[in-house]
Design a protein around this ligand. Structure first.
Ligand code: ATP
Ligand code: MG
Length: 492
C-alpha cells in the first residue's frame, strides 16, 4: 500500500537544523540553509514549468547546485532522471528520448552535448543561479509517497544498451535504513562523496545524508591526494570507492596512515582484487566489500565490520531487509556451489522504464535475477565471481575472467587487464588476455607469473597488448568490445 512520508529535506531541517549537511571545497551549509536554498530552487523551477510527475533530466557535475537541484525536483513531485556526464552526445540523446524527459537541467559546460534535442527545454545552471538571487522561496513542497518513482537511473550499459531503472522512495528509504543497520550510525559520521552523484553509489550517499542527518564532504571529481587529505584532516568516517580509486588512494597514501576516525571504506561497483584487500588488511585499513547495482538502489550485500578481516574476498551477507539465493537450472544451490545470484528486498526496483519484457525476465516472484554468478560459503557469505555472460567454459571447467584479471593486475608492470573467452578447438573456449603495460614485459614472464598463481586451464592461451582498454562512461571494462575485436581480428 502506498504510504506518505514527510518531505525528507523539510523533516531533516526541522529535526536537526544546525547540523552540517554538505561541505564542499568553498562552502558549507547546514540542513536549514540547504532547505532554504532548495525552497528557492523549487520556486524557480515551478516558474520554468516543472510540475509533479514530469521526468526532469539532470546533467550536472557533483556540486552544491546539483544537490539542491535533486532535492528541488523531488520536492516538486517530479521524477529526477540522473544522466551520466561522461556519455557521448549520441548516448545522451538516446536516453533523453527513451525517458521522455520534459526538461533537462544542466551545467553550462554540458549544454553543447544536448543542444540537438528539440522537444525538451534546457535549463542552464548559470541562468538559474542568476535568477535565484531574486526568487521567492516556495513553501509548499510535496510529501513523499512510498510507491512513487523518485528517480530514474540508467544502468551502466556494461552488458548492452543501458536500461532506465525506476527507483521509488521506498527503494531509497530501505536502502538507506539497511545500510545504517549494517554499518551502524554515529553522531559524528561524515561520508566522503567523490563518486558521481548521477550513479547510485553517489546518490545513495545524498539520500543517507538527509535521512540520517549526516554531513557529506563533497568532491567534484576523484583526486586521490585530495581524498586522502579529506580523510586525514576533515573528520571523514566513511568513504565510498571503486577499485581503481582505492588503488590510487593507497599509492598516494604511501607510508602515511589514516586516522582512527575513518571507520569504513566501502568498496563496490565491481570486483575488488584480493591482493588489494590483503594490502589494506596488513595496513589496518578498514575496507568492506559491498555488492549492489542500480536495480537495488545501492548496496544489497555488504560485509559486516566484525567479518571484514576474517572473510576477506567475500561481499558479505544481505542487508537486514534483503535476501539472496544462488540458483542453477532453476534449483537453489547448496553451499559453495556456483550459480546465478538472485536478490529480494524492498530496495529492489519495480522494473525498467518502458521495458516490460526485460522487467518480467529480470524480476520473478519478487526475486531479481542479477545476471551475476557467485556462491555462498557454508556460513552464508556471498562470493561474487563475475557476470554470467562473461563466464568462460574451458574443458568443462568454469573460468571467471575477473579472477585472471585480478592476478594480472597484481603484477607491478601491468596497468590494466581484461580477459575474454575465445573459441578453442581443443577446450571449447580458452581465456585470452588483453593487457596495458607500465613497462615492457615478455609473454614468457607473463606465463610464469600466471603459472604460480592460477590453475593451468585458467592461464590465458594468448596475450594482446593494447594502449588502453575499452571502458564505458562508468569506467567499467567492456569485455564485449574486446570480444568484438577478437572476432574482427579472426575474420581478417
Ligand atoms: P548493465 O546492467 O547495463 O550491463 P551494469 O550492470 O554495469 O550495467 P550497474 O548497475 O552500475 O550497471 O552495475 C552493477 C553490476 O556491477 C553488478 O551487477 C555486478 O556485475 C557489478 N558489481 C557490483 N558490485 C560488485 C562486487 N562487489 N563484486 C563484483 N561485481 C560487482
Ligand atoms: Mg546490470
Amino acid at each position: 500500500m502506498d504510504q506518505l512520508m514527510p518531505n525528507w529535506l523539510r523533516q531533516r531541517a526541522e529535526l536537526t537544523p544546525d547540523r552540517l549537511a554538505v561541505i564542499t571545497e568553498n562552502e558549507q551549509v547546514t540542513f536549514k540553509q540547504l532547505y532554504i536554498n532548495v525552497q528557492k530552487r523549487v520556486g524557480l523551477l515551478s516558474l520554468y514549468g516543472v510540475e509533479k510527475g514530469q521526468h526532469i533530466a539532470i546533467l550536472m557535475k557533483n556540486s552544491m547546485d546539483m544537490i539542491e537541484t535533486i532535492h528541488a525536483v523531488l520536492s516538486l513531485g517530479a521524477v529526477a532522471v540522473m544522466l551520466n556526464t561522461r556519455l557521448t552526445n549520441q548516448e545522451l540523446m538516446w536516453q533523453l528520448l527513451d525517458v521522455e524527459a520534459f526538461h533537462v537541467i544542466c551545467h553550462d559546460e554540458f549544454k553543447h552535448k544536448i543542444q540537438d534535442v528539440h522537444h525538451v527545454k534546457i535549463i542552464v545552471g548559470e541562468e538559474v543561479n542568476q535568477e535565484l538571487t531574486h526568487t521567492t522561496p516556495k513553501l509548499h513542497e510535496v510529501d513523499y509517497s512510498t510507491n512513487q518513482v523518485a528517480t530514474i537511473m540508467y544502468t551502466s550499459g556494461t552488458t548492452g544498451h543501458p536500461k532506465g531503472v525506476l527507483q521509488t522512495f521506498e527503494n531509497h528509504w530501505s536502502s538507506a535504513v539497511g545500510s545504517a543497520l549494517n554499518l551502524g550510525l554515529q553522531s559524528n559520521d561524515r561520508w566522503l562523496l567523490a563518486v558521481p552523484l548521477f550513479h547510485i553509489s553517489g546518490l545513495s550517499i545524498l539520500i543517507r545524508s538527509v535521512i540520517y542527518g549526516m554531513g557529506i564532504v563533497l568532491h567534484e571529481r576523484f583526486d586521490a591526494s585530495k581524498m586522502n587529505q579529506a580523510i586525514i584532516h576533515n573528520n571523514v568516517t566513511i568513504v565510498s570507492v571503486v577499485t581503481t580509486m582505492l588503488k590510487q588512494m593507497l599509492d598516494n597514501l604511501d607510508k602515511q596512515q589514516y586516522p582512527s576516525t575513518l571507520r569504513c571504506i566501502l568498496a563496490g561497483g565491481g570486483p575488488v582484487p584480493k591482493s588489494i584487500l590483503e594490502d589494506c588488511q596488513s595496513r589496518n585499513i578498514p575496507v568492506y566489500q559491498t555488492y549492489g547495482m542500480t536495480e537495488t538502489a545501492s548496496q544489497v550485500v555488504t560485509l559486516t565490520p566484525e567479518h571484514s578481516m576474517s572473510k576477506i574476498g567475500s561481499a558479505g551477507k544481505p542487508l537486514f531487509p534483503c535476501q539472496i539465493k544462488i540458483v542453477k537450472d532453476g534449483k537453489e544451490c547448496s553451499p559453495n556451489e556456483e550459480g546465478e545470484i538472485l536478490v529480494k528486498g524492498p530496495n529492489i526496483t519495480k522494473g525498467y522504464w518502458k521495458r516490460e519484457e526485460a522487467t518480467n525476465k529480470a524480476i520473478q516472484d519478487g526475486w531479481l535475477h542479477t545476471g551475476d554468478q557467485g556462491y555462498k560459503d557454508d556460513e552464508g557469505f556471498l562470493f561474487v565471481l563475475d557476470r554470467r555472460s562473461d563466464l568462460i567454459i574451458s574443458g568443462g571447467e568454469n573460468v571467471y575472467p575477473a579472477e585472471i584479471e585480478a592476478v594480472l593486475l597484481s603484477h607491478p608492470k601491468i596497468k590494466d587487464a581484461g580477459v575474454v573467452g575465445v573459441e578453442d578447438n581443443k577446450w571449447g573456449q580458452s581465456p585470452h588476455a588483453f593487457i596495458v603495460t607500465r613497462e615492457d614485459i615478455s609473454i614468457f614472464e607473463l606465463e610464469q607469473f600466471c603459472k604460480s598463481r592460477l590453475a593451468s586451464y585458467k592461464i590465458p592461451k594468448n596475450f594482446s597488448f593494447l594502449d588502453e582498454l575499452p571502458r564505458n562512461a562508468a569506467n567499467k571494462l567492456l569485455r564485449r568490445e574486446l570480444k568484438g575485436r577478437m572476432n574482427k581480428g579472426m575474420k581478417q
